[in-house]
Design a protein around this ligand. Structure first.
Ligand SMILES: [Zn+2]
Ligand SMILES: [Zn+2]
Length: 116
């Protein structure tokens, strides 16, 4: 094997490792987040690198928000921080839906939020 062949060989090996690695990372990350289609994401990542990886990161990261008190990343739809227990949302008085602190109207039942 010449030096040039060796370079091509190790180069494609690194690309293969990266390719499999990102798919595995997507799978483990999705499983960590209790994503329903963890395996589906992984397969998608395998076939459409790097588009699926970017889409995956945008979608999963877009569903998170930061706790105002401790700064940890939280899944959307929570009313308390799972790390420090601070309130991060409020409950709609008429339908019980979870609302963001900044919302005045409930998107589920369209009622105005009333502070009790
Ligand atoms: Zn917190
Ligand atoms: Zn409501």
């Amino acid at each position: 094997m010449s030096l040039g062949e060796l370079a091509v060989f190790s180069g494609s090996f690194i690309i293969l490792l990266f390719w499999l690695g990102q798919s595995l990372w997507v799978y483990l990350d999705a499983r960590n987040r209790n994503e329903r289609f963890a395996l589906g994401w992984a397969i998608l990542a395998l076939f459409s690198v790097p588009v699926s990886l970017i889409v995956y990161i945008l979608i999963t990261r877009g569903r998170e928000e930061k706790c105002k008190a401790c700064g940890s990343l939280l899944e959307r739809g929570l009313t308390i921080c799972t790390n420090c227990g601070a309130d991060v949302g409020k409950i709609c008085g008429s339908c019980g839906g979870i609302m963001k602190e900044s919302w005045n109207y409930c998107p589920k039942c369209k009622n105005k939020y009333q502070d009790n």
